[in-house]
Design a protein around this ligand. Sequence first.
Ligand SMILES: Cc1cc2nc3c(=O)[nH]c(=O)nc-3n(C[C@H](O)[C@H](O)[C@H](O)COP(=O)(O)OP(=O)(O)OC[C@H]3O[C@@H](n4cnc5c(N)ncnc54)[C@H](O)[C@@H]3O)c2cc1C
Length: 400
Amino acid sequence: MTTDAAESLDDAAFRRELADLLQNELPRDIAERNIQGFHQTREDVSRWQKILNKRGWGAVMWPTEFGGTGWPIRRQHEFEEACFLAGAPPQHFQNLRLVAPVVQTFGTEEQRQRFLPPMLTGDEFWAQGFSEPNAGSDLVSMRTAAVREGNAGYVINGQKLWTSDAHYCDWLILLAKTNFEGKPQRGISMFAVRLDAPGVTVRAVPGIDGAHSLNEVFLENVRVGVEDLIGEENAGWDYAKFLLAYERANTAEIPRLKRGVARIKKLAGRPRPGGQAALASEPSFPSRLAEIEIDLMALQATVWRTIDEEEGGEGSATTPSVLKIRGSELLQRINLLQAEALGEYALPFYPAPKYREGPLPGPDYAAGVMADLLYRRASTIFGGSNEIQRNLIARSVIGR
Ligand SMILES: Cc1cc2nc3c(=O)[nH]c(=O)nc-3n(C[C@H](O)[C@H](O)[C@H](O)COP(=O)(O)OP(=O)(O)OC[C@H]3O[C@@H](n4cnc5c(N)ncnc54)[C@H](O)[C@@H]3O)c2cc1C
């Protein structure tokens, strides 16, 4: 048997097991909620994480030494896409893709033992505490400060903003200034902070989608131990850059885009309220849909090419920025076309209703479209705004 044949047999077994998992173990209620596109809940993400972990698939992107699968990147993508399209909630991004790589690379052995297993079992969740009221794109101008108090640890004071999911998370991965002198990049440190620690207050920031996913986090004389410092003091900026590269590399969101296109096709054939004909009957619709599909195919091809380059050890520094820009803009076009296909039926779902607690305010196929459209206006902002990504590309290409 050739190596290729052996590998494809492996692939066939993998696909059979994956299909079995999704058919028999993905809870239907979770899938129904997720397909509508509302924010996922801690309960759903935790339940799904536990199911995956039982199969040994709790963190397919981690190396085996930390309980991952060590799969090639292509298989990781195939796995994540199949799960998402079947309706599984995305696994917790901050846990598995942001904090874990930092802890695995820069954390102490004690921190790895302490933080990684509860991520695998879905028992602890992390929020990302980087942005502040006057420090978003210009993150180094943050004001939150951590002052060392001998061997006792650090005392932290400050405020974080836009902290996604902090209201249901256990930990905050926090950037704070530990030195206000010299180059700002060299005076930042990274900490693990319990969100239920004395002095931490989490307050909701209502989203344009009417949902609660965003927060501001106030830190008043919050004490952390020296064992909660990640890596070296004043080297936090290097770890943050490492983490942000992971964040951007995953923002093409191909599965979400594919599901979005499939939903446009389903919605476009339905008549709209007020006597408006179905979107599919408009002469311009086929070409508008085709443009989106072609752009999606081009983006998918770029993702595959990037994976091949990364596996060959030749990853480009600007590719994550390209993926971030193209993926986020395409997502917004897809969301708009979905809403257009619904016409006024999109409106009853604004703001996002507590749709699990009573009858739906409109036709069930319209649920989630408007809330998702509004939330994803932010996709060109979070993870480093698209303007900043364009600056990075320009600097790399023209050297300024
Ligand atoms: C939905 C959502 C979720 C988020 N989740 C988190 C989270 O979990 N944790 C976290 O830490 N942060 C989070 N953020 C914050 C996010 O990272 C910041 O909003 C983002 O970095 C932009 O910072 P800012 O909002 O301060 O805007 P600013 O930096 O003030 O930018 C305002 C505008 O100016 C433009 N701009 C700024 N500088 C330049 C420049 N040099 N050149 C050209 N244009 C420029 C920007 O592109 C933007 O259009 C989230 C934000 C949103 C909207």
